[in-house]
Design a protein around this ligand. Sequence first.
Ligand SMILES: Cc1ncc(C[n+]2csc(CCOP(=O)(O)OP(=O)(O)O)c2C)c(N)n1
Ligand code: SF4
Length: 307
Amino acid sequence: MEFVRLETKLPPKEYRSDLEPTWCPGCGDFGVVTALTKAFSEEQFDPTSLAITSGIGCSSRLPLWMNAFGLHTAHGRALPAAVGIRLAKPEVPTIVTAGDGDIFSIGMEHFPHAARKNFNMTLIVMDNRMYALTKNQTSPTSRRGYKGSLNPYGNIEEPMNVLTFAIASGATFVAQSYSGNPKHLAETIKAASEHKGFSFVNVLSPCPTFNKIDTFKYYKGRTIDINKELGHDPSDVKKALELASHALDADNPELQDAEPFKGKRPIGIFLKVEKETFEDKVAKLKEKFIAPNGEPNWDEILDKYRP
Ligand SMILES: Cc1ncc(C[n+]2csc(CCOP(=O)(O)OP(=O)(O)O)c2C)c(N)n1
Ligand code: SF4
């Protein structure tokens, strides 16, 4: 099923709501709003046929600032809400927005299943490497040693590699971008929205209020474009997995000169492969089991259960 699209482009500002974001000045998440409005304009999405879901967190307020149908759901439940939309209204482009805590902690169980089933949706995670709304606790992506409000002696856990996890889960599009690089972010989100299948973009998105380590200053000069600078071809899943396995090397002082990223955080498209979407499989089943009058074809269905 194809998405509903407008016949002409709307300017990006038409995808913003009248509400002013309540985010702190300098929050990295502003960059995601701008990039989304650009992508929606390019894709000619119709604001009256466009859905954005989110969970709970600073980042999860994003649907409020957008001119689209928004579902600000319970903590961790942005993905299942989006699955409902995909099944009921497959013609509606569906964007899922969340924080690293929301998606990789309380909502973690939904990620691998949405990915392996290949729902045609785009998941954008604003990864500030901690919980901001609840004032600075560690999240699954926090650095080792990170001092949050509940662990003043520093995080004793290793951070999760969300890119290898997404690839291993069966996501068909996996990318990372940075909110301090608006051009790269807009291009990446556009490519993700264009992809037919489950697309995941992890956005390195600083929280200047609480996280004083993973700041815009830290990222300056410390990102490397895997497609342009390293010539990575995203159609090869094994290479994508190998490359993604180094995504957190920059956290380790001993790996600052190590290949392939030499102390930098990678940005770019790691993986992009084609696979039939869940929605297309459902449509095929419907064709078979729904009679032309719209009623279920009971004989056909019951035959499957007869001994
Ligand atoms: C069921 C439930 N448990 C806990 C909370 C408290 N809570 C609200 S937001 C949040 C973490 C959000 O972190 P993240 O998703 O990283 O978003 P950020 O605020 O950093 O953008 C938590 C634990 C809640 N709202 N609901
Ligand atoms: S606390 Fe951090 S993540 Fe939340 S709005 Fe402020 S800068 Fe953004």
